[in-house]
Ligand binder design. Structure first.
Ligand code: TIU
Length: 222
């Protein structure tokens, strides 16, 4: 199979687009738009907008290359039986997971806030994976789908860098996947955590992954 070379840190990485999946983490209204979970936690959600354009560019390149694209959403069943009390009990009592907000019940599947933002709407046939935790492997069929498709490399985009993106990359790395964060396709409510989160991945010779960018991917596939 033809290999492409992706400019990355700490070193370039060769990858086969047919054995590579783009995983777009939680680009949901609940995190990116006012009135959702991100804002109830006290965050300035506008900080996450920086990742939208780069995600669109990377997604277009991945689709054109015929790459597997998987979208994830963090959220819970309407009955919240999959929501650990330790997770729900944090935050303001009137603005917790499951409470009513301007975009419906916060972080609940089927509510408007749980939807992926319109700019990054999944295309027909692209799997959308609902996850109850921060990591995309925990209590989901992600690993089974990747195994069935012969995937060995993950290009990870989405929000937030140091929470769901990091957790997913750490989970994927431990399962033997080569995980590449596309830096400008990720964002955090804390610019410093975004920067340091990416540093952590690529430190020590790439201790649990690589860091590249949307333009790096476009160039590698061009
Ligand atoms: N998707 C994800 O990162 N979930 C979070 O709760 N992130 C925060 O930074 N709060």
């Amino acid at each position: 199979m033809p290999e492409s070379l992706l400019a990355a840190e700490p070193a370039p990485i060769a990858f086969d687009p047919k054995r590579t999946a783009m995983v777009i983490i939680d680009m949901q209204r609940d995190f990116l738009e006012p009135g959702g979970f991100g804002e109830t936690l006290g965050n300035d959600v506008s900080l996450l907008q920086a990742a939208v354009g780069p995600c669109q560019a990377a997604l277009a390149a991945a689709r054109a290359a015929g790459m597997l694209v998987i979208h994830t959403r963090e959220g819970h069943r309407p009955d919240m039986m999959d929501a650990p009390p330790a997770k729900v009990e944090r935050g303001e009592p009137t603005a917790r997971i499951g409470c009513a907000g301007p975009m419906g019940r916060i972080l609940i599947r089927g509510e408007p806030g749980h939807d992926i933002i319109a700019e990054l709407a999944p295309a027909e046939g692209e799997p959308v994976l609902d996850k109850p935790g921060k990591g995309a492997f925990y209590q989901t069929d992600l690993e089974l789908m990747l195994k069935n498709r012969g995937i060995d490399t993950l290009l990870v985009c989405g929000v937030t860098t140091e929470v769901c993106v990091h957790t997913t990359i750490r989970e994927g790395n431990d399962r033997g996947y080569r995980c590449v964060a596309l830096a400008d396709c990720c964002a955090s409510y804390f610019p410093e955590f975004h920067r340091v989160g990416l540093e952590m991945i690529k430190a020590q010779g790439g201790i649990f992954g690589w860091v590249s960018s949307s333009s790096g991917l476009v160039a590698a596939l061009g």
